[in-house]
Ligand binder design. Sequence first.
Ligand code: HEM
Length: 425
Amino acid sequence: MAKDFYYFNNREVADHTHKETVTQNLFFTGGNRWKVLRQNLTALFSSAKLKNMFYLIENCAILLDKVIAEDLKSNKSNVIEIKSLLAKYTMDCIGSCAFGVETGTLVRTDTQKNPFTIMGEKIFDVSNFGALKMISRAMWPATFYGLGLKWFNDDIVTFFNKLLKGVFANRSHKQSPRNDFVDFILSWKQNNYLMGDSINNFKTGLKNTITLEVNDDLLVAQCVLFFAAGFETTATTTSFVFYELAKHPKAQARVIEEVSDYFDRHNGKIEYECINEMPYLQACVDETLRLYPVLGVLTREVAESYSLPTGLLLEKGDRIHIPVYHIHHNPYNFPEPDEFRPERFYGEEKKNIKQFSYLPFGEGPRICIGLRFARMPIVAGLLTVLKKYRVELADDMPRNIKFQPKAIVTQAMGGIRLKFLSHQA
Ligand code: HEM
């Protein structure tokens, strides 16, 4: 699929993604629209850009540190539900890095009513109705849209439309020196169209270019995506890392040692280099993503008839579901697959990982565009906590996670509650 990508360039329901604003984004769309968007967004994630924006992540981490200290002071117990706290932190990170706004989600007062928190809940709707919409759209898209239904609530579009207009106005509709996501799309808006390669080039080998009209829907759709993909994935992953470290005190002690050495080398500061400097911590993140891939199943929809080497004919519109969770838990790929063993991703042992057996960020031309960005909030969040505390499972926290069946991403039912124990105590 990665090799003959042209035939598998769509994600799912490709003929219908233009029918609502949010699904016109890079994640959901396919064909020429996907190709042009991908090409135009890639530069946003260069190492130089990420390094330049790291100070914003550092500021959010400083705030996270304060909020944890305040929470522990005001709580009667030392237990924190880490998933929702981290979601506020990562929302702050993506808000400042992508949109140049302070979401204020981490600030303690009235957080439930924070509009970004509300949007996060609406996008990752885990109600019965939300799940029903997600499934019926996937199974009967023509009927779903024929009935005038939409997967994503109109409030989401209105909110991000307003947010973007506000940010554009603040910047007087001119690009700022920040070079962030908003600057990017401001330049798109000024040109009214985007240029890029045709998706057919994957098949023909030619170099045809095409243009894509830029309108408000297209801009808002990317905006929702960056917000949603940016905060939920990183918060979920970081909270699962803490959960596994809480269950594995030896691994945690080793990570804390690495963290302490890191701070000794960097005068107690969290700097961009942190994303490359702690191999065991990174192995813990990688192993967590194996156990809890954020997307448990990846989908590709066949764009044009294709014969597999076995002779099986795949027809346009057929869907292929790649069972990532299953692949990650297959003992053939990872012996004792339910064990948390970061060593699999550490040093020489890492070389044993078979191609296409580890897919937390997907594979091929549609691989996660934010995978390097993601490391920044994850590692900064881990450093912030482990600098001062070690974690243990709260007394009522199960040792095996039950997943939320109605969520689009892998989510723990009931959150993740951990005890925070200060290194000083
Ligand atoms: C731990 C964090 C993350 C995980 C595990 C993750 C995982 C994934 C996966 C599995 C895909 C689908 C890849 C495929 O179909 O082959 C994906 C796509 C995508 N991700 Fe991420 N992601 C993470 C963080 C982020 C962040 C921080 C951003 C943006 C700031 C982001 C933006 C995207 C986008 C735009 C796509 C669509 C790419 C395309 O279809 O061309 N992700 N991600």
